[in-house]
Design a protein around this ligand. Structure first.
Ligand SMILES: [Zn+2]
Length: 531
């Protein structure tokens, strides 16, 4: 019997595919400004979740052998004209990065096959980092929460400034922890910045920082059962020694080494104090003098000690980076405050409550800037890792918050904001924020008017992707599985806390959720792609 010709066989084999293709016409689609949430194994056909700007739903993107990873400059080029140096490796793309992509979208089977993916921002290449030199591990320094390695070319140095003027530094070993270091270098795909030169100067302790610290020291009064801030904001303290010690011990573990070792009278030294107060909202806040206030509602909402460390680390970072004074200088009442002579009186030791009230109001209503929040997240993450906590728990907090019903959260925040504003602006002296403008700000459309943990920007989702990015880059080499989470110990403390809190919980999100399984950077629940 004669064999069937080859093309017939091929045709028979391909028939199901051909008929499928008749109903399934792939659409060539261009997507911009997506964020990689995660990569899934196996890598031969990776799946990326992306978030479109106008749509918070995730999309699954299938990576094929033929998918091209390119630099942004090659995104719209014809394949033939893409130069070799415009091509990238799949491994250069990490969770948390923003991308643009071309896909072949099949509507019926809902498959997004990636044709081409490019990085939307410059993640690699020349960069400058300015920040506090926090730690040295081997040859890797942590500056501004980022990993830096010195690769000084011939003749290049780190130049000393001010009291180190004229001195030249060639290794991090000779440099002082806690100094402000600026380095120029190149960021490589391992997330490390390889610095070829830079400068080192002592950190600056401004007059404003000093005044704010003195003011908060004076205006923060602690009695056996209350924490009173500038006679305006009163909290009931949770007075249980075990709980107080617990929160303080977690907080103290996070304080950077360079601050702990400063002499007691050094101007940069901060005496951190941690307060646990009976407040149902999911919140924590910090003050310029190192006071960190944790609401009981926050403790009830999180799963373990590592998550508490993430939040305390963030608040400590606001203090170490002197964000309060920086932000306060931008306050539109700053001039008014000065005009009314508050600062003059502060110098002489008699500080009016208004100064602190205004700071607290500014921090709580306007919040810190997006840049400051991102920096506090980044440096807080370093404090957390440095203390041995699993940094993936920080991701878990923001991830959960970003997945929660946004309307619910916004309603809760606006109610809380209004409540707080009414409390804080009652009887504010002239020169402080006027009573007329405050409520209108509080009920504005900005999603998070009241809470330092939820500033208007960045959103929990942005914070999730940023922290996720750091974990996949700066901490990419860290073995996280053995790191501390301390769930059992934490839950025992929450049990104690439930007996200590009184009154109705005001947080609209009070329903406790069962602890979720330990998250990794790759556990986003898939949602159907956009139809
Ligand atoms: Zn913050």
């Amino acid at each position: 019997m004669k064999r069937l010709p080859e093309w017939v066989l091929t045709g028979l084999l391909l028939w199901p595919l051909i008929s499928w293709a008749q109903t399934e016409v792939p659409q060539h689609k261009k997507l911009e400004s997506a964020t990689i949430l995660e990569f899934r194994e196996p890598f031969k056909e990776m799946v990326i979740y992306i978030e479109k700007e106008e749509d918070t739903r995730h999309s699954r993107i299938t990576i094929l052998d033929t998918t091209l990873f390119v630099r942004k400059s090659a995104f719209n080029k014809k394949i033939k004209s893409i130069k070799p140096d415009e091509k990238m490796m799949a491994g250069d793309f990490r969770p948390g990065m923003k991308i643009n992509l071309w896909v072949n979208y099949k509507q019926i089977s809902q498959i997004n096959n990636a044709e081409r993916i490019s990085l939307d921002e410059t993640y690699y290449g020349p960069t400058t980092i300015v920040g506090i030199y926090e730690k040295l591990e081997g040859e890797r320094a942590i500056i501004d929460g980022q990993a830096v390695v010195l690769q000084l070319e011939k003749g290049r140095i780190i130049e000393g400034m001010e009291e180190w003027k004229g001195k030249k530094f060639t290794s991090f070993n000779d440099m002082q922890l806690g100094a402000e270091v600026r380095v120029n270098g190149e960021r490589k795909p391992d997330g490390v910045v390889y610095a070829s030169r830079g400068t080192m100067r002592p950190t600056e302790m401004g007059k404003d920082d000093y005044l704010l610290r003195k003011a908060t020291d004076n205006e923060l009064r602690v009695t056996r059962s209350t924490l009173n801030i500038a006679d305006t904001w009163k909290f009931r303290l949770i007075s249980n020694n075990q709980l107080e010690d617990y929160v303080s011990s977690v907080g103290r573990r996070l304080i950077p080494e360079y601050l702990k070792t400063l002499p007691i009278d050094h101007p940069d030294r901060v005496a951190f104090k941690f307060f646990l107060v009976d407040e149902g909202s999911f919140n924590a806040s910090s003050y310029p003098n190192g006071a960190v206030v944790v609401h009981s509602g926050l403790l009830k909402k999180i799963d373990n000690e590592a998550q508490l460390a993430a939040i305390l680390g963030h608040e400590i970072a606001h203090v170490t980076q002197k964000h309060h004074a920086r932000q306060f200088r931008n306050h539109k009442n700053w001039e008014a405050v000065k005009t009314f002579g508050v600062l003059a009186s502060a110098v002489q030791g008699s500080i009016t409550p208004m100064l602190v009230t205004a700071v607290a109001a500014e921090m709580s209503v306007g919040g810190f800037s997006q840049k400051q929040e991102t920096q506090a997240d980044r440096i807080g993450l370093h404090y957390m890792v440095n203390a041995g906590y699993d940094p993936r728990e920080a991701v878990a907090i923001w991830k959960r918050l970003s997945e929660e019903d946004k309307d619910d959260r916004q309603k809760g925040q606006q109610a809380a904001a209004l409540n707080w504003i009414q409390k804080s602006y009652k009887g504010t002296p002239a020169g402080g924020p006027s009573a007329g403008e405050a409520p209108s700000r509080a009920v504005s459309n900005e999603p998070a008017a009241d809470q330092p943990l939820f500033p208007a920007h960045p959103s929990p989702r942005d914070r999730y992707t940023h922290v996720n990015f750091l974990i996949s880059t700066t901490y990419g080499g860290l073995k996280m599985d053995g790191m501390r989470t301390e769930g059992t110990k934490f839950q025992a403390m929450v049990g104690l806390l439930r007996g200590e809190t009184r009154g109705p919980v005001t947080d609209p999100r009070k329903s406790p959720k069962p602890p979720k399984p330990k998250p990794t950077t790759g556990t986003t629940k898939p949602k159907p792609p956009k139809k």
